[in-house]
Ligand binder design. Structure first.
Ligand code: CP
Length: 315
């Protein structure tokens, strides 16, 4: 079993309930991972994913090895048949097979480069590990998705929702740097598995991959979208059509207390890290309606559920 996308979840409702059970007794399966090793390979920085996944593995009694390819590993080549006379020192074929001998599960983080859409959509790094590793692979955020984050988001919403079918708004917000679409994509995929009144709001031209948003309501008027919302989930992403570019940085899209006042006393969510007073005002982030810290806490239980399922599957 791998955990690469939301498609690996057979029943979101069931998984959320199982994760909430783990949250109540996180050390219950401390023996399950005994003598098993999780290898965490980072091609990009992290705070939450690194520490929460590590904590999840420790809760299961696993050993953990972490490697940052940004400054520690050999530069890898991913192309079959490449003549490696340029920068890359090692081919994914050897690297993945070698790491598989040291680890029982390999978790990989490799963001989109935001230069070549086709290459990013091919998920070169994840696909390379999937092809050449001989152990299960976990996606710790690839080019097009962040399924551990989306699972944590689903757990958080289940804890905080007060009605069966809440209104949930995914709102784009400005950011000075070009960011990938991965978090937004997985959030959309997760919401489309739920019984909710789900609305995506973003400036015109900032459409996500239409194959992912198929079936979702899109509203270009942010104020209208916020009306009566129960959850506001904010995230920046760069332009998907004019791939990887920032074509809008309108500060009027920042989530403020005035905008939150349009909602049904909505909870505010963001995957973090977040740029204060760019994505969201201090007032909103510091308000009692902000649940970003609990959302980050649930990353541990999302990761623990995934690791537990993989370990049980391997028994
Ligand atoms: N939300 C999230 O993935 O955080 P990190 O980038 O810090 O891991």
């Amino acid at each position: 079993m791998n955990y690469i996308s939301l498609k690996n979840i057979d029943s979101l409702d069931k998984w959320v309930k199982q994760a909430l059970k783990i949250k109540k007794k996180p050390l219950k399966n401390k023996k399950l991972g005994k003598n098993k090793t999780l290898g965490m390979l980072f091609f990009n920085p992290s705070l939450r994913t690194r520490l929460s996944t590590q904590k999840a593995a420790l809760n299961l009694g696993m050993n953990v090895m972490v490697m940052n390819f940004t400054n520690e590993g050999w530069t890898l080549e991913f192309e079959d048949g490449a003549v490696m006379n340029q920068g890359a020192s090692e081919h994914i074929k050897e690297a993945a097979e070698v790491v598989s001998q040291y680890c029982d599960i390999i978790a990989v983080r490799a963001f989109a480069g935001l230069v070549d859409k086709e290459k990013d959509n091919a998920e070169t790094v994840l696909a390379g590990f999937l092809k050449h590793a001989t152990v299960p692979i976990v996606n710790m955020e690839g080019c097009t998705g962040h399924p551990l984050q989306a699972l944590a988001d689903a757990i958080t919403m289940a804890e905080y929702k007060t009605v069966h079918k809440p209104k949930v708004v995914l709102s784009w917000a400005p950011h000075p740097k070009a960011l990938p679409q991965a978090v937004a994509n997985s959030f959309v995929e997760m919401m489309l598995l739920q019984d909710a009144d789900f609305v995506i709001t973003h400036p015109e031209g900032y459409e996500l991959n239409p194959e992912i948003t198929k079936g979702a309501t899109i509203e270009h008027d942010q104020n209208k979208a916020f009306e009566n919302a129960d959850f506001i989930y904010t995230k920046n992403w760069s332009n998907y059509t004019d791939y990887g570019k920032i074509t809008n940085n309108d500060p009027n899209w920042t989530v403020t207390a005035e905008k939150m006042a349009l909602t049904n006393n909505a909870k505010f969510m963001h995957c973090l890290p977040v740029r204060r007073n760019v994505i969201v005002s201090d007032e909103v982030l510091d308000s009692e309606n902000s649940i970003v810290i609990e959302q980050a806490n649930n990353r541990t239980y999302a990761a623990q559920l995934v690791l537990q399922k993989i370990l049980e599957n391997a028994e």
